[in-house]
Design a protein. Structure first.
Length: 286
């Protein structure tokens, strides 16, 4: 059960004792549930048996409430606030902020202060990029996972280790690549980012591509390929086929391929990715 909690992103306790949310009726979990209509059920005194209607009319009204002990510790941290801006407004704000960043470092600080993406409320760290800030090959994945969220860098878990081996096979190291994702914060439970989340982060990714100025872009998996290249359909239909995207007014070649996480589950598909990597190596050598 603890392993399942960890995989679902539940890695921090918010109270000293558990609370039975099923007893709360239609109230929404989160924040201070005592103010939201949720009825605490842990640590409370047993309620007296229900009296008949006549005895209730004859009984005197209580002057004080019975003592209860809240299941939430007084020292518990306040719940993190989620952004309230609409997706379109958040995207417009992201465009303005990203446009003002003149360097990769400035773009990182702009992202760190950006409040428009709801993913940051449940993530531990911002995962901006790994590798060379100005590399000939830019690799774009889907989203950070648990290990990435803890370390604050993309592709450092098992999928990232496999990616490093794949790059080493075509004589590329971390100094030769710039690795990032279409969203910069870990989605809860490692779920796929929603189109709105990718849309809000897209101005930062576009500006990041302009500042890196890569010769080739490699997209990993269906969500990244769809977000960056606008390709519809499964990754199996689009992988291995060269596309072109415009970065800062110039055409850049882009290659979709399979995500390393998929290759961990389906080792037989590695031969397909190997073909894609050989094509990328040839393009970089031109």
């Amino acid at each position: 059960m603890l392993a399942w909690y960890r995989d679902m992103g539940i890695d921090a306790a918010l109270a000293d004792e558990p609370a039975n949310w099923l007893e709360g009726g239609g109230a929404t979990p989160g924040g201070n549930f005592r103010l939201g209509g949720m009825k605490p059920t842990i640590g409370m005194e047993q309620a007296p048996a229900r009296a008949d209607p006549q005895s209730r009319r004859d009984a005197p009204m209580p002057t004080t409430r019975p003592a209860t002990r809240s299941p939430i510790s007084p020292a518990a941290p306040a719940a993190r606030q989620f952004p309230t801006a609409a997706p379109d407004a958040a995207t417009m704000a992201a465009r303005e902020i990203a446009r003002s960043a003149a360097t990769i470092d400035a773009l990182y600080h702009a992202l760190a202060g950006f409040q428009g993406c709801g993913l940051r409320a449940t993530a531990k760290n911002l995962c901006f990029y790994r590798g060379n800030p100005h590399a000939p090959l830019m690799i774009v994945g889907e989203a950070p996972g648990r290990e990435e969220d803890l370390e604050g860098k993309p592709f450092v878990g098992r999928a990232g280790q496999l990616l490093d081996k794949m790059l080493a096979a075509i004589n590329l190291g971390e100094a030769d690549v710039h690795i990032t994702n279409i969203v910069y914060w870990r989605p809860p439970g490692n779920r796929t980012p929603t189109p709105q989340e990718a849309q809000i982060c897209r101005p930062f990714l576009d500006r990041q591509m302009e500042l890196v100025a890569p010769k080739v872009v490699l997209t990993l998996g269906g969500p990244a390929t769809g977000a960056v290249l606008g390709v519809e359909g499964g990754i199996m239909k689009s992988r291995g086929r060269w596309r072109e995207i415009e970065i800062a007014g110039r055409a850049v070649r882009a290659m979709p391929t399979l995500h390393p996480a998929y290759l961990l589950r389906t080792p037989a598909a590695k031969r397909l990715t190997w073909r894609d990597l050989l094509a990328v190596r040839a393009a970089l050598a031109e």
